[in-house]
Design a protein around this ligand. Structure first.
Ligand SMILES: [Zn+2]
Length: 381
């Protein structure tokens, strides 16, 4: 992974590169950034740069022995740890390294649901288990094979739970020339004792223009469409990829309109049918994507209500949809709607039962949007 291949984050890259040049590489760092922001890619590019034998001014060389192995994620002194869905208590992340490498090489902006979909996860919970914590201690106590620095990149330490305590001593006093790079999305869910032992590298979500550039240059998406997708994906590349690949954006839009129409007209039986037959069967990644899409649409509606029309990039039928919706409901209702949809999104991510989650969400929204008196003859959306 090279810095030049990662879109945006200019100042973070400069900060990381200068820490190497000034010989101020801290041995335990927490890369904190929202899903799809590129924080994992940045951590890998940083580790590759540190170990490159022939560093360029602002990137690793891509040609030395170390870079060649890093490019394929097979360097013997580069270790990964990540949540996985253990089939038995003895399994460690190493048992899924093949799937991990191929998922990461295909999509360095990956989110947990995407990772989950690469594995035969069933209904298991994602976890970094105690066997994995012990395996990390064992791996890092060995001398490095060939690199100057042994690196452990742990993705989503939020899933460590109390097992993390087994690693505290190692993080605090690591063996010489050992780096811990933790890549997290949610600071509140990491045990405090780990946070206090790491140096924070804060990564912001991608800016609108950076995301557009990525979609146009890397994915060959036409400029207008890239603009629209970037707006909805709101800095999350994983979400933008979902919108391009798995469930086309227009389909997501029509499903959202269909769903909201049933909600605001309080059509109980059809709503139950849609929740059970369609939404709960979308697959976890598409469900998450659908919910994020709904949240972002609600945000556009709020912008419209506040008279911030110039911040909205949507066009044609999407624009007229949010115009209508913004006239029908109050700001407080929309804000509350966003909050309940966010809770469902969290539930889906945490492997909740989709049938119950979507039915519950639909009914909550019916109640929420019910308290509104419409003038006679109002055309619903
Ligand atoms: Zn190199």
């Amino acid at each position: 992974m090279h810095f030049k291949d990662i879109f945006g984050h200019k100042s973070v890259k400069q900060h990381l590169i200068s820490s190497v040049k000034n010989n101020r590489v801290s041995h335990a760092q927490l890369f904190l950034g929202p899903e799809g922001s590129g924080s994992l890619a940045l951590a890998i590019a940083y580790a590759q740069y540190i170990n490159c034998h022939n560093k360029l001014v602002d990137d690793s060389c891509g040609e030395c022995n170390s870079c060649r192995k890093y490019d394929k994620l097979i360097h013997p002194d580069l270790h990964f740890s990540y949540p996985f869905y253990a089939k038995s208590k003895d399994e460690t992340a190493k048992d899924y390294i093949g799937e991990w490498r191929s998922a990461l090489l295909k999509n360095p902006y990956l989110g947990l649901s995407y990772w989950r979909d690469q594995l035969d996860a069933g209904n298991k919970q994602a976890n970094i288990n105690i066997a994995e914590a012990h395996d990390i201690i064992k791996k890092l106590s060995l001398k490095s094979f060939e690199a100057e620095y042994k690196v452990l990149i742990m993705w989503l330490p939020e899933y460590l739970d109390t097992q993390g305590n087994a690693l505290l001593k190692l993080i605090e006093e690591p063996p010489a020339k050992t780096l811990f790079l933790l890549v997290a999305e949610n600071q509140d869910k990491i045990i405090n004792t780990i946070i206090s032992r790491t140096q924070l590298v804060k990564i912001n979500k991608l800016k609108h223009q950076e995301m557009c550039d990525y979609l146009v240059k890397d994915k060959g998406i036409e400029a207008n469409k890239a603009n629209e997708i970037s707006f909805i994906a709101d800095g999350n590349i994983q979400e933008a990829l979902n919108l391009i690949n798995e469930h086309s954006e227009n389909e997501t839009f029509s499903l959202l309109v269909q769903w909201l129409r049933l909600i605001v007209t309080d059509n109980g039986s059809e709503l139950i049918k849609l929740s059970e037959d369609k939404l709960s069967k979308l697959g976890r990644e598409n469900q998450k994507s659908f919910l994020l899409y709904a949240i972002n649409m609600m945000r556009q509606i709020i912008l419209m209500q506040q008279g911030l029309r110039n911040l909205i990039f949507l066009q044609k039928e999407k624009l007229s949809f949010i115009e209508k919706f913004s006239e029908l409901f109050q700001f407080e209702q929309l804000e509350e709607a966003i909050s309940v949809i966010e809770k469902t999104h969290y539930g889906v991510e945490r492997n909740g039962n989709p049938k119950i989650l979507f039915l519950d969400l639909s009914l909550q929204l019916v109640l929420l949007f019910k308290y509104q008196t419409f003038p006679k003859g109002t055309q619903y959306i």
